[in-house]
Design a protein around this ligand. Structure first.
Ligand code: NIG
Ligand code: FE
Length: 417
């Protein structure tokens, strides 16, 4: 055991997100409980949670152990952000201004803005620069407490550029301690080159892109923007089937712009998650019951685009699980601040702080297929967590919605500085 690396976190004001239930995800009423322990210590061994308890009972660290004094701050498991598009080129503040002037997201897309605008920029940018730009966002979200993230392709829209994006994601996976999963989203929009030939574009995805991605094992999941003006449920079904042949489980964009069949096709294809849901209705809530699909709300998008919020309160009251994610992307949410997402969940969707935090940690981990390893403070799980400044309660975190309470972050038991 001479190679064993031990880290003691002492004087923790509140240790939160403790997992004695060992659940893969939390549903309905379960979401209202966030287990905490006041005045605690936490021991990390070889990058994993080893033990925790009351500070009074803290064993004295051996000589070689590293000791970190939390100085009364809270410790929480890192945010698990299960839906982002952080590999992109440049930014789109011009469209932000167009929106302020009154254009809708759909109108901007129709004029060649939106996703196609980002695709043009990405096409022009070389892989190294794309990686550097993405890494500055990775650095940003790590500092804001994210420890696991899903990243999508979908600004390539041709085989070569989709592969370029996915290679950048793979490089991020390899070069950071952040846990990263990759999703192939060739069906994000029909490219300029295929304008008016949507069916042919879908064929290209199925016959060329998916096999290429599958062969190089570049994606864990497959996504389709299944919505009015983008891809139909029938097209979505074809694409998901093709993805399944390469072991890519669906995580799809559904019901953002309209209640348009995305949840149904997602549940039918055993999607790990259906995301957005801004335009969902009671009917979609019924469809999600008795499924293994995690409904995922992206309240940052509702906030930024001035759109309705997903029916988070109703879903939880109906006994469903719920995850919260950022959707960090250049068009509809240029922010990956999960603390703010948790606040929006509380303020705009009427989630209780405990529910919102569970949605942004354990349930987010589930929506990436990672909840065995991440999303809570449990013996054996990977030690991704953060320490806050001293705060009066856990509820203070979403309440103080712009106070930067996160003080120190740790990934695999190593401090990120
Ligand atoms: O999740 N809705 C589809 N895709 C992204 C937006 C992408 C963009 O505008 O660049 C989203 O909101
Ligand atoms: Fe998205």
């Amino acid at each position: 055991t001479h190679n064993m690396k031990r880290l003691f976190i002492i004087n923790i004001g509140i240790l939160a997100g403790i997992d004695s239930r060992s659940k893969r995800c939390l549903k309905g009423k379960e979401m209202g409980t966030l287990e905490t322990l006041p005045n605690a210590y936490l021991i990390i061994e070889n990058g994993r949670f080893k033990d925790y308890g009351k500070m009074d009972d803290c064993p004295s660290p051996a000589d070689k152990a590293e000791v970190i004094d939390a100085k009364g701050g809270a410790v929480l498991p890192s945010w698990c952000d299960s839906h982002t598009h952080i590999v992109y080129a440049g930014s789109r503040e011009q469209e932000f201004i167009d929106k302020i002037r009154g254009l809708s997201y759909a109108e901007i897309a129709r004029r060649g803005g939106g996703i196609l605008n980002s695709a043009d920029r990405l096409h022009e940018m070389d892989e190294e620069e794309l990686y550097q730009q993405a890494m500055s966002r990775v650095d940003e979200i790590i500092r804001k407490g994210t420890g696991c993230v899903e990243i999508k392709s979908g600004y390539g829209l041709n085989t070569e550029d989709e592969l370029k994006m996915l290679r950048v994601i793979r490089r991020i996976k390899k070069t950071t301690r952040l846990k990263v999963v990759a999703t192939f989203l060739g069906a994000h929009a029909v490219s300029h080159a295929y304008k008016g030939r949507q069916e042919e574009y879908v064929d290209l995805i199925i016959h060329e892109m998916i096999p290429a991605v599958g062969k190089e094992k570049l994606a864990d999941f497959i996504d389709v923007f299944c919505d009015t003006g983008f891809f139909t449920p029938e097209e979505t079904a074809r694409i998901l089937k093709a993805g399944a042949e390469y072991g890519m489980r669906p995580k799809i964009h559904a019901d953002e712009l309209a209640s348009s069949g995305g949840v149904e096709v997602g549940v039918k294809h055993n999607a790990l998650s259906v995301d957005h849901l801004e335009s969902m209705t009671e009917a979609e809530i019924q469809l999600l019951k008795n499924s293994r699909t995690m409904p995922t709300a992206l309240p940052g998008t509702s906030f930024f685009l001035n759109m309705p919020f997903a029916l988070g309160r109703k879903m939880i009251d109906a006994g469903l699980p719920l995850a919260l994610a950022s959707d960090y992307n250049p068009g509809s949410t240029p922010s990956g601040d999960m603390k703010f997402i948790v606040s929006l969940g509380c303020i705009k969707m009427r989630l209780l702080p405990e529910e919102a935090i569970n949605a942004a940690t354990l349930n987010g981990a589930y929506a990436m297929g990672l909840s065995k390893e991440y999303g809570s403070v449990m013996r054996g799980k990977t030690a991704n967590f953060f320490i806050t400044d001293p705060i009066p309660s856990i509820e203070f975190i979403p309440y103080a919605y712009t106070t930067p309470v996160i003080d120190r972050v740790f990934l695999q038991g190593e401090e990120y500085v």
